[in-house]
Design a protein. Sequence first.
Length: 264
Amino acid sequence: MSDIQLIDSHCHLIFENFEKDIEDVFLRLRAKGVKKLVHACCELTEIPKLKKLSHEFKEVYYSVGLHPLEAKKWKLSSKSLLRRSAQEDRRVVAIGELGLDFFKNEDKTQQIDALIPQMELAYELELPVIIHCRDAANSMIEICKNLSKKGNCPKGVLHCWTGTPKEMKQFLDLGFYISFSGIVTFSKAHEIHECAKIVPNDRYLIETDSPFLAPVPYRGKRNEPAFVEHVAHFIADLRSTDSITIAKESFKNAEDLFKFDLLS
Ligand SMILES: [Zn+2]
């Protein structure tokens, strides 16, 4: 297991709960073979912190964008601020996390008004999007299909996948990747297990979504990138293969999507 190499394709480390032991968090993720991580951005005021973190720790790449549950903060000037942030730092590898969340907020118009310009920006900058989609698969698919028809749908990943196999197929058909989080380790997540079984080798990523959703055996605790190995173990079992294979496939897929290599 010592030569395993992993990418945590989605995490958040700038929240208060990492303030005291961030150095230890990096020691632990290095010990587990985590070579890169993508830090997702929830709102524009986080960007300076993300930039700083990515320059302190060589593993850190990040996205810039506005989360659907923060959609009310979208302003006319937000698009140009995101464009500038993405263009001025080579550690920015995606736009997001963006998307739709009708579970916690049903103001669909507000969320769509923040989503579309970010999708357009990602296409313009040739960056992938990190999509947060909760209880909103049909609307998200429709928006992506419309962009796709016009020929300007960006590439991207459905992060922390919680949909059905049927929904997954539609996103795969649109060219998106699917990312599995610690939820795949929960025993009752049957539909997600099914998705992890059938997703093509070259179309999935793995993530922790730290500090949320710690995988079994850490369920209920603070999550951190070192735990991404447990996500890999569970997916390996579901796909009747070994963790090394899952690590290799998901590593390559994350590199293909985020193109880290072109940056350094
Ligand atoms: Zn997130």
